[in-house]
Design a protein around this ligand. Sequence first.
Ligand code: GLN
Length: 574
Amino acid sequence: MGERWIIFMAKFVFITGGVVSSIGKGIVAASLGRLLKSRNYSVSILKLDPYINVDPGTMSPFQHGEVFVTQDGAETDLDLGHYERFTDTSMSRLNSVTAGAIYQAVINKERRGDYQGGTVQVIPHITNECKERIHRVAQNTHSDVVITEVGGTVGDIESLPFLEAIRQFRKDVGRKNVVYLHVTLMPFISAAGEMKTKPTQHSVKELRSIGIQPDILVCRCDRPLPMGIKEKISEFCDVEVESVITAQDADSIYEVPLILEKEGLAQQTLELLQLEQRQPDLSSWQTLVDRLYHTQRGGLATMEPTPVEIAIVGKYIQLSDAYLSVVEAVRHAAIDVGTEVNLRWVNSEDLQTDDVQSALKEVHGIIVPGGFGVRGIDGKIAAIRYAREHQIPFLGLCLGMQCSIIEWARYCAGLANADSAEFDPNTPNPVINLLPEQQDVVDLGGTMRLGLYPCRLKPDTLASKLYDQEVVYERHRHRYEFNNAYRSLFLETGYMISGTSPDGRLVEIIEFPEHPFFIATQFHPEFQSRPNTPHPLFKGLIQAACHLLKKDKTTTLGSESKPPAVVNNSADKS
Ligand code: GLN
């Protein structure tokens, strides 16, 4: 009984998308979350993804973009990253639900005999499981409002069970506790010089055919919606004119909450949910956006020289979403430091040793992000060598750290054939090896070392200076690790291990003391960067990049020569 009472305390917003994919439902969900949170309402955001994969962890980044890892180690859709960054709240595995996970749960129950001889069907069994997942978020987070984003586009076959579940939801919890928000496209046809409402009308018709009448329409467009158009949509789609919201394209996703606030999105949502209207406090968000646009438009150029050029060397660069959290973490740091950043995307598969120089010429910082498999590894190692030898600020993330270890082994520790067991299982020098607990793992899905783990920092290192803490908690997603059999060789040749698991067993952070900024982590710091609290490692990288840019400018003016490559021989005697 008590549980049901808690369920009915929460209000629910369901977000669907129409006309085309990539319309920005995730950003609308995250923005609404921010607007409600700025009014002191607690919010949790849930993503329902219609694919059959149990989670996106086994999908190629080319297909799906980044896999976002939650604190509790769930491999989730990249929209969860937006939810966390916009609401400044950590999500959990409850916030990411796929059709695959729903079907798996239902089939497991069926095998256990839970359905007592019944025929198991999409309605009610799949839809009930789906509704149960939404209630679970409400119960576990005790949020005032639970926002559910339904992946895919209305009209897709796959999302039908989800749409049926959310349709039933309103009847279950009461009309005043649910809002249906539909994000739709309003194209401007230049030949006709007009904005067209027909796609929206069709999309709403499609939604109604499933039994869902939207309460709010968020119209994605490249220019403001004239009042006449709003009235027309209101008339045809049976939505109050105040609930027809313009979501005009913005230069930065971080401006979207401010745009939607001006359009009255939160006010309309609260009214429909019969929740108290409260004054929002968006001052820190406004400051963030002001700083972002000022730096981008040269306004804060007095603070730091601008723009700095940061290379991201990876193999999934054709789809920048594959590195979404890395890109956002760079942006957060740049806003904080007050500089504009140009990202240079470098395909590690094209990067041969001889053209590294031209590919990375005049960059002020290099990031080698995470990844899997041997393709493009030589290019990453070449980029790391270039960063080390040319004193370019460097940040390695997960695979980026593993590659920097291979680079050191090959070029500085005399192990020319060193490799990771992931790339060459027969290498005589597996400086990166499978984690012992991974030896017997057979399944690929959800079996890596995942989620938040502590890392103890060595005092007086770059890492401890940047974090200014003794123990930090960071998110992981890997199977391989530094091979401790090589630890003493590495330390003797000048490698610095500046962070380990508290028992000292797992190497978590490495650095070179004599390099201006060279640091690499086995974890993924990018997942914890937030717009108003940039991650210290990214901030350190951008500051070091600014420093290099300043130095380059002085050098050009004073025509000094570049510093020579340094071979680091100082030993870490810890
Ligand atoms: N492929 C490496 C491992 O599994 C690195 C993974 C990553 O970069 N996320 O350990």
